[in-house]
Design a protein around this ligand. Sequence first.
Ligand code: TRP
Length: 341
Amino acid sequence: MRDKRRILTGIRPTGPLHLGHYVGALTQWIELQDDYECFFLIADIQALTTHEEKPELIRQSVREVVLDWLAVGLDPTKPDVHFVLQSAIPELTELTTYLSMVTPFIWIQRNPTIKTELAQLGEKVSAGFMNYPVSQAADILFVSPQPGEGSSNILVPVGEDQIPHLIGTSRIAKAFNRIYGPTFVVCTPKVGDVGRLLGVDGQTKMSKSLENAIYLGDSSERVRELVTKMYTDPTRGKATTPGDPDKKENVVFRYHDAFNSDRAQVEELKARYRTGTVGDVEVKAMLYVALEAFLTPIRQKREEAAEQDVVEILRSGTERARELACETIERVRTNMHLVRI
Ligand code: TRP
């Protein structure tokens, strides 16, 4: 009998995962995996909403994401941890269609994440893209128990950019329940302490296209290169000028905060930085050491993971997910009074 609370969260497979994914989402997932029944979704259909012309990239990235998940310590050998492939659950597509009927289009147009993405994508936006917030609601709500019969919400640990989608999901759940009767519980977002990590350029969040990301599988050489290039305090000409280690865009210190386990060293560096008694070179050298200490075991685990049967891992996780999706679809069809033939 499974009566644990459920977690559903996901990632689009559009490339390997980086440190931004780690602090924004993965650390929390790892911590929560023993206490919940967890569904970690690889949202390959959602990836198609922007990468419809790159099917090979998506296909390859499904594998990369699984390896990255294994490397950071998500563990699908635990009975309640499931790695799930979105495209292998056709019921999600069906649920998306039903949910889209109770979702006013204006909710999507006003979604701040959608607005930002639209500004980046310009004219090249498909109807499928505009519907992805509804499809994401389906991704989450398919694990919903019947209200009153299980826990009263679904926990969704994510990076903060996903919040509008989760608010949208709960609204859609309520809109559906209002028309068709209690069918779904709502979802509760959970954002980590560090939230968003800027790229090494200190300008925007880590992103593949900007080449400002450090990947979990990056070599020591590439890490060294990117740390050397890292943005610091631009107002500081030389090592003897006092600088501000607390600025958001002073990313060398943001990375020290996130990845250097020697807190005393970090505090000392900050103090010396403020008084102009340490140079960027030293601060960066220490960050490189800290990042290597963090990444080395992940690289090792990633190599071991490469021996595993990724397809089999996805198949078994998806099987449990599909079981739930089928139950949910039954309830939905009944509540919608769809004619049975
Ligand atoms: N939108 C998420 C991203 O861009 C991926 C995602 C798809 C997701 N379905 C989800 C996240 C459900 C949380 C819950 O990475």
